[in-house]
Design a protein. Structure first.
Lengths: 158, 329
């Protein structure tokens, strides 16, 4: 186990003010609202960074613009930026994003999670692992890893 | 039947429910479904169990057995021996269990240990005396069955540089194919002189191979072609000039790229299966099943494959299929 933190002094950003959604004028109670970028960002913004007591939003690991969604095609892509280029927590962060979206979105959704190009030393290798369904499933059967992921996700279910 | 004429349809006959987690793989018992013996199917799941399904006299399928309390993690793959009497199950718990069917009940008669971590695939050879397994530890193991359901490890094949996703024996030759996260396909055979197993050929990007994880491989019934599918969104067809009579290692390594089926899939192709009638089925991460068939009217020498049909939303989630049956996750 590495004793020192990988990134001891991360840059912490201010949290964006949360937009209050205005009530729709025509209320069709049975119509499903299409899922949009903000809704997906709301699911992931409070995920805690594995190493620091800050959220992924506060560390600018994810932003609203890092979410691309197409509700009609049931597709979402999240591009995240690790705080440091050699961050070994990148796969854990990616897993947290996947698990949170898996638990929060309808099962019809296809999710791609990627590292922002040019922001990580082994970006291709991490992306390949994060998008391999079998590797992700096996990783989540590891109790230690699962516990770490659940701890990071705890603030988002509050 | 000329598949290229007329409208084809794929209709769901029944939905088999019972597993409590995703179904990763299934296998048809080869000794059933003919001569009046009701068809039998095995499915394995993330719920750590294997379920046996049988078709009853009314034609509907029921679960006739649940193989549980054995594997401690996801059961990823299962395969029946050619005689249909034994079932091998490969698990993320790093073991492969061998089950014997005795009058409808299944008993675990052997446990194969050795892999360092998740076992991902298991395959019996045509004679039923050899078993191959592969896994995330990058190795392929070959086991030989001895009297009394004892299994001895004959060889541990190193060569892949990453996770090995699937192994499949040739339909009648003692030749093994493995496909991997390292984007390559490897052909393994026994060296005639020394009885040592070794890699006789590697099909990678340089040999017109895949450019991302290869998930599965399937041979045609003649054994002179095989299809592979990949995360690179293509299916590739390979053929060989090696004949059945030549069982020496050197002639087994003559596989070459025949053609690439591209432009039809936009998400990872997890599974491919070549039916006895020559139809190639693919199961992909977009929940669809696609069927392809070789198109004969061609002015060019290179064979081409046409899409026969695409069944969208075949499942609620990603599709992995086996021998013309499919299941969702």
């Amino acid at each position: 186990m590495v004793t020192g933190l990988i990134n001891a002094n991360p840059i912490v950003y201010e949290r964006k003010e949360r937009r209050v959604r205005s009530a729709p004028t025509d209320i069709d109670e049975y119509a499903e609202e299409p899922i949009d970028q903000l809704e997906i960002f709301d699911h992931i913004r409070d995920i805690k960074d594995p190493e620091h007591p800050y959220s992924l939003e506060e560390l600018k690991v994810v932003t609203e613009d890092s979410v691309e969604v197409n509700d009609r095609h049931s597709y979402v892509r999240v591009t995240f930026t690790p705080t440091v280029e050699h961050c070994s927590m990148a796969t854990v962060i990616g897993l947290c994003l996947r698990v949170k979206l898996l638990r929060s979105l309808p099962s019809r959704y296809k999710v791609d999670v990627r590292i922002a190009p040019g922001t990580h030393a082994t970006e291709a290798a991490v992306n390949k692992q994060l998008n391999d369904k079998e590797r992700v499933a096996a990783a989540l059967e590891n109790p230690n890893l699962l516990e770490m992921v659940n701890e990071c996700l705890a603030p988002t279910f509050a | 039947m000329d598949f290229l004429e007329g409208n084809l349809e794929l209709r769901e006959r029944q939905r088999l429910e019972g597993h409590t987690d995703r179904v990763w793989s299934l296998a048809w018992n080869p000794a059933t479904g003919v001569c009046g013996i009701p068809a039998m199917l095995a499915s394995c799941s993330g719920d750590k169990t294997v379920r046996i399904w049988q078709q009853g006299p009314s034609g509907s399928w029921d679960c006739s057995a649940v193989l549980e309390d054995n594997h401690t993690r996801t059961v990823r793959s299962c395969a029946w021996s050619p005689s249909g009497k034994l079932l091998a199950t490969a698990s993320f718990d790093a073991t492969t269990a061998i089950w014997e069917c005795v009058g409808g009940d299944f008993e675990c008669v052997a446990t194969l240990e050795g892999h360092e971590n998740e076992v991902k695939s298991v395959s019996w050879d045509a004679s039923g005396s050899l078993l191959a397994t592969c896994g995330r530890d990058k190795t392929v193991w070959i086991w030989e069955m001895q009297p009394g359901n004892e299994f001895e490890c004959v060889s541990v094949l190193q060569g892949h540089t990453q996770d090995v996703k699937m192994v499949q024996w040739h339909p009648f030759m003692e030749v093994l194919v493995s496909v991997s996260y390292d984007n390559s396909v490897k052909i393994w055979a026994e060296d005639g002189d020394s009885d040592d197993w070794h890699c006789v050929q590697t099909l990678n990007e340089a040999s017109s191979g895949h450019t991302s994880t290869v998930w599965a491989v399937s041979f045609n019934s003649n054994g002179d072609r095989m299809a592979t599918c990949s995360d690179d969104l293509t299916l590739k067809i390979w053929d060989t000039s090696a004949k059945a009579s030549e069982t020496s290692g050197s002639s087994c390594g003559s596989w070459r790229h025949l053609c690439t089926i591209s432009g039809y899939h936009d998400r990872t192709i997890f599974s491919v299966n070549w039916s006895r009638d020559g139809v190639i089925a693919s199961g992909a991460a977009d929940d669809a099943i696609r069927l392809f068939f070789e198109s004969k009217d061609n002015s060019v020498d290179v064979p081409s494959y046409k899409l026969l049909l695409k069944k969208e939303k075949a499942h609620d989630m990603d599709v992995k299929l086996s021998a013309m049956e499919s299941k969702g996750t």
